[in-house]
Design a protein. Structure first.
Length: 132
């Protein structure tokens, strides 16, 4: 899939290799993806750069994924956020959904499934913008 104006996606995971693998896959599909390992850096990037979607790990040492979700929603309530975790639990899934996450994904997952979720989130976001 090629995008005329590249859709920018921020991928955050304290395991930088994981974020890089996801960003590389998104890049192969025509997206402009940035991989970083710090929730704190993610907040700064979200404040100062335009991103169309956010994919974040839940458990990170400096700023966790739920806080990152809250900050992202405060800065741009329409930006889709997908929360991923290796520690799936009903309470955090419900909390993420309650705070507006598009989806909550438990590791391990297939990259194809993640890309499908991102594309669904972006299509829903585009449809929402057109409806306004």
């Amino acid at each position: 899939m090629s995008h005329e104006a590249a859709v920018r996606i921020l991928v955050v995971d304290d395991e930088l290799e994981m974020a890089a693998v996801i960003a590389d896959e998104l890049g192969d599909r025509g997206y402009s993806a940035v991989a970083i390992r710090s929730g704190r850096e993610a907040i700064e990037r979200l404040r100062h750069e335009p991103f169309d979607a956010l994919v974040t790990d839940l458990r990170m040492p400096d700023v966790d994924g739920l806080r990152l979700l809250r900050v992202s929603r405060a800065l741009d309530p329409s930006r889709p956020v997908i929360v991923m975790t290796g520690h799936g639990a009903i309470d955090t899934a419900l909390e993420a959904a309650g705070q507006g996450a598009f989806h909550y994904l438990t590791k391990p997952f297939s990259l194809t499934h993640l890309v499908e979720l991102i594309e669904s989130a972006l299509h829903a976001h585009d449809a929402e913008k057109k409806a306004l």
